[in-house]
Design a protein around this ligand. Structure first.
Ligand SMILES: [Zn+2]
Length: 478
């Protein structure tokens, strides 16, 4: 007898959407079959009539326990593994990515550094997970770059780099790498089957813009989009793309925020390069005008939101396939920390989008903008799974895949309210009217959320080894 049968729903599969039953045995999907053809015998049956059955969300970009170091008001650490993964699971996300700093001063052993970070997680995660391996500027050397191969072979094939530094303030951590370092990192990725994830802003432009802001007394937080400008993103994305095209490396731009960034990605993809783009729900939801509200810093995460024109281009890119990942860059910053910084140099990043991502993307994308269910599943689950090397274990409703499933009730209408969420103490989306929301979530065959009941626990989340397919390494996916 089957362990779980999800009956009667509109199922989003790799070959299209249809009315099927989804059969689960143990942790795996064992069949996607015509309704009723397996009978109704199963240890647990979920009636999904009138509902949408989609692959569990894959969140490509979160920061767990992010240390906001050396800020002018002191050190703080944001929400930990339990907090972020709890919110994720409630919201229909069953796999998430965090970041591990691979380049530690005094050691060239990048894999040991990632394992040290990973050791903090067992027993603390409600959902499955892995880590991007971050290479930070001064510690990215000729000795440890060749060891990227060890990371890829150990199941961590995504390398994260920054092309800009934090705001000019005392004791800021230095994160950016030079273009030269980027070339070497990309050569390693290209040779050994990795992908490079890039925070792309032009540091020279950004740092100069801080100087101009000081000069022109544009020091309030809401001037940040002027500093973290469209031109800065345009320059940095194009430079990264040129390096990728020369080295043959697969790469994607994280948190793409500007029209120019999307255009640059689209051009490289049209030439057949394995170049892609992520954007985040915050940038799709708000624009730089929102910053002018009295606590408008709550809409900020780095780089920054841009104009309405760019916001619309982000959605357009998600529809057309210029951007293939809708992530959140979730960092569980508290409201108090969020609003402490009131100038362009001390506003804190972070947002709580991880819980509402699947629901808001459905409501905004599918209901309001007519996005197909296939495309919805692609940007929230399938494509992040492919680009990060989880696929087809994750990101698909197909025989052999993990039974990570989200059932969305398209008729569920709600007003997003802080007291219904499971993360944080502020909410930029407060009061949003949405239609369609996850009501059932399974992780590897276990029902974790069902109609408001929560069965998850922190012993369930598992570190998933990853490997990129040759399709992802060789050309653009869609
Ligand atoms: Zn980030």
């Amino acid at each position: 007898m089957l362990d779980l049968l999800i009956r009667g729903g509109q199922v989003v599969t790799p070959t299209g959407v249809g009315q099927w039953d989804v059969a689960v045995q143990g942790e795996k999907i064992v069949g996607v079959v015509l309704p009723g053809s397996l009978g109704s015998e199963a240890a647990e049956v979920i009636d999904a009539t009138g509902k949408i059955v989609a692959p569990g969300g894959v969140e490509a970009h979160t920061h767990v326990g992010f240390p906001h170091r050396d800020n002018i008001w002191g050190n703080t650490t944001t929400a930990g593994p339990e907090d972020l993964s709890l919110a994720a699971l409630w919201g229909g996300t069953t796999t998430m990515m965090d970041f591990a700093i691979a380049t530690q001063p005094g050691s060239d052993d990048v894999l040991a550094a990632v394992h040290t970070h990973a050791d903090l997680f067992p027993g603390r995660m409600y959902i499955d997970y892995s880590f991007h391996c971050s290479f930070h500027g001064p510690s990215t050397t000729t000795r440890n770059i060749p060891r990227i191969r060890e990371l890829i072979e150990a199941g961590f094939p995504s390398i994260k780099v920054y092309t800009t530094n934090h705001a000019p303030r005392p004791n800021r951590p230095i994160t950016m790498i030079s273009t030269g370092q980027l070339v070497s990192v990309m050569e390693q990725a290209a040779e050994h089957g990795g992908i490079v994830a890039i925070h792309a802003e032009d540091d020279e432009v950004v740092q100069w813009n801080y100087e101009l802001a000081r000069e022109q007394e544009e020091w309030a937080w809401y001037y940040l989009p002027k500093i973290r400008s469209n031109l800065s993103e345009d320059l940095a994305v194009r430079r990264a793309i040129i390096v990728a095209e020369h080295t043959g490396a697969a790469m994607y731009i994280v948190h793409t925020s500007a029209r120019e960034g999307v255009d640059a990605i689209a051009e490289s993809r049209a030439k057949g390069h394995p170049v892609d783009g992520e954007t985040i729900l915050l940038y799709c939801s708000f624009n730089s005008e929102n910053y002018k509200e009295h606590d408008g810093m709550k809409y900020h995460t780095y780089p920054s939101t841009k104009s309405e024109d760019s916001r619309l281009r982000l959605w357009d890119g998600l529809h057309r396939g210029d951007l293939n990942i809708l992530a959140t860059d979730a960092i569980g910053t508290s409201y108090a920390d969020k609003i402490k910084g009131r100038t362009v140099v001390d506003v804190q990043g972070g947002n709580i989008g991880i819980e509402i991502r699947m629901g808001v993307a459905y409501s905004e994308g599918v209901v309001k903008q007519g996005m197909s269910l296939e495309r919805y599943a692609a940007i929230t689950s399938t494509n992040p799974a492919k680009l990060l090397g989880f696929y087809p274990q994750k990101g698909a409703i197909a025989a052999g895949s993990d039974a990570d499933i989200v059932v969305i009730d398209p008729n569920e209408r709600r007003t997003i309210a802080m007291e219904q969420l499971h993360i944080g103490d502020y909410n930029p989306w407060e009061g949003w009217e949405v239609q369609g929301w996850p009501t059932v979530v399974t992780l590897r065959g276990k029902v974790m959320v069902k109609d408001g009941q929560f069965m998850g626990d922190t012993s369930q989340g598992r570190l998933i080894p990853r490997k990129l397919s040759s399709a992802v390494l060789k050309g653009p996916i869609s």
